[in-house]
Design a binder for this molecule. Structure first.
Ligand SMILES: NC(=O)C1=CN([C@@H]2O[C@H](COP(=O)(O)OP(=O)(O)OC[C@H]3O[C@@H](n4cnc5c(N)ncnc54)[C@H](OP(=O)(O)O)[C@@H]3O)[C@@H](O)[C@H]2O)C=CC1
Ligand SMILES: O=C(O)C1=N[C@H](C(=O)O)C[C@H](O)C1
Length: 259
């Protein structure tokens, strides 16, 4: 655990939870190099979370583990510390719990972003835009084998957005004649969209959305090749979070994306 002393400054005081992890390390570097913010604490497993208050953190970035992130957020919300969260594993129950906690802290902001990379956000947007034009949509996400959750948060969110777009367009059920299958062979069902998870050493984070129509397919693919690619999105989240109290899901709400 590293902490900086609490000097009077107008810079945003940022702490990173999961600071020694694969992404956390990159985020510490990005915050240290960024203008307008100071890295005041690097916290990892085994460190006391009380260091956030002791270091005077105004905002935290959480890249830890789905098993611990809710406890971290309860502490942050209780202490009025804004949170920019990359950790995955959020479902409707968890989001509802966060909203309840935030009712007691109306000026605190929490951003849950399944993916901070701009390319992945655009992939999700383009997939949702394309979905109503095709009979079939399936998602294949490919990650390093140290990943805890499957499907990935990004794949789950993409499937939700695709399903929402298909519902809004009144799309028919997708064609699929499968009548016998080994368990898992057709992937996980996320709101009717099949999601296939691949875990292979050497990969970082990749996703394909495959859309099909009679006589043609469209594949939208995104590749994260280096975890430094998550840094700019996290910094954008930190710069916006003070002005967005309550719960926000998805960094796209803080970006000026085309409709
Ligand atoms: N939204 C996005 O853009 C992205 C999200 N992610 C997500 O971020 C999370 C972390 O990913 P990644 O960096 O690859 O994982 P790592 O396992 O490499 O890093 C997680 C770090 O958090 C530490 N940790 C565990 N518990 C605590 C705790 N209570 N307090 C502080 N630190 C803790 C771990 O320590 P130890 O190893 O000792 O347990 C580890 O050092 C995952 O959920 C992943 O899916 C990843 C990439 C991008
Ligand atoms: O664990 C990872 O590595 C990643 N997790 C996020 C997810 O689950 O979508 C984002 C990105 O895919 C990398």
């Amino acid at each position: 655990m590293n902490t900086a002393t609490h000097a009077a400054t107008s810079e945003l005081r940022v702490a990173v939870l999961g600071a020694r992890g694969k992404v956390g390390r990159e985020i510490c570097r990005a915050v240290e190099d960024a203008e307008g913010m100071t890295l005041v604490a690097e916290v990892d497993a085994g460190d006391s979370i009380e260091v956030l208050v002791e270091a005077g953190a105004q905002a935290v970035v959480d890249f830890t583990h789905p098993d611990v992130v809710m406890g971290n957020l309860e502490y942050c919300i209780d202490h009025g510390i804004h949170a920019v969260v990359g950790t995955t594993g959020f479902d409707d129950d968890r989001l509802a719990q966060l909203r309840t906690w935030l009712e007691g802290a109306p000026s605190t902001g929490v951003l849950i972003a399944p993916n901070f990379s701009i390319g992945a956000i655009l992939m999700m947007r383009f997939a949702a835009q394309a979905a109503p034009f095709f009979d079939s949509v399936e998602i294949v996400e490919l990650h390093h084998p140290t990943k805890a959750d499957a499907p990935s948060g990004t794949a789950r969110r993409t499937a939700e957005l695709v399903a929402e777009a298909r519902r809004a367009a009144g799309s028919a059920a997708m064609p699929d004649a499968t009548s016998t299958a080994l368990a898992g062979a057709r992937g996980a069902d996320v709101e009717g969209i099949p999601v296939h998870s691949v875990r292979v050493r050497g990969l970082v984070a990749h996703q394909e959305v495959i859309l099909g129509e009679l006589g043609e397919t469209l594949t939208i693919r995104h590749d994260s090749l280096d975890r430094a690619g998550f840094g700019p999105g996290v910094l954008a989240g930190l710069r916006a979070i003070e002005d967005h109290p309550g719960l926000t899901v998805g960094l796209e709400h803080f970006l000026d994306l085309p409709r």
